[in-house]
Write a protein that binds this ligand. Sequence first.
Ligand code: ASP
Length: 329
Amino acid sequence: MTLTKTVRSSLIASAFACAALTGNAYAQAYPTKPVSLVVPFAAGGPTDVLARTLAVSMGKSLGQTVVVENRLGAGGTVASNVVAKAAPDGYTLFIHHNGMATAPTLYRKLPFNALTDFTYISLVADVPMTLLGSKKFPPNTMVEFIKYAKEQGDKINLANAGLGAVSQLCGTLLQQALGVGFTAIPYSGTGPAMIALLGGQLDVLCDQTTQTLPQIKGDTVKVYGVTSAERLSYLPNTPTLRESGLKDFEIVVWHGIYGPKGMAPEVVAKVNKAVRDALKDPAVIQKATDLGAVITPEDKQTPAALQAWLKLEIDKWAPLLKAANLYAD
Ligand code: ASP
């Protein structure tokens, strides 16, 4: 049986109308079940702490629980790939830091594209890093640390959370600037690395204040320097790495929320609103302040701002990482 042109086009039109209605109804109902927020590192680390702080508040805004899911491995790229391949239905979200921008240069082969395989939702917070030593590690100040590092070299253990982790980035830039080579100890995140530092099995860790500040305040670690360009108001006596002679040293860890490519705009808008609500939540603001995190200004809490920032950061880090000759296959 053949359909007349008119009947065929009216069938096509109603199929489109139906799909649009279904999509719209789906977006209106979203979320009807718990939403997962993937963290690319181990529980207890700085990215995890930030994720869990946001998840509670985003859950209140969405009317559904936001469940943090730690997907570990390869400096965050295992999680990025899991998210890139997930259904773009709004039930898989992702929080990641600068690693999203460094991985495309660090890995010769990546099974995803940071610039085209994700839906961008919002920037959330900037966090500085601190260079720490274990209480058992001899140097007490940055000046002593530099002297000791040059004398002891590879006898010193330094943690990293894989190629693509900011701890690894900080450690690489530090060793380059000092002209030394420490012994790298890999962890699935800096949550476990901090436990080793506290236990004295690890000498040195460079990590975000979201994890390190409570330890510094509790005097359970030694703090040598901060990676921000300026000293931090809450650590006024701790020098910047720059002022300690490490020319141009600066790492600010920024964090963004993503989903897989192809999320419906209405769902993106709902998730973006939940992020914005969380970033206004007094409990989140208090926790961020306690942990040295600076919440992203409201005008930058947008999908477009995250996407533009990611592109800028990929371009910024590429030449620095190429110069450091760091690659993985
Ligand atoms: N701070 C880690 C990093 O080095 C990751 C983490 O555990 O949050 O990237």
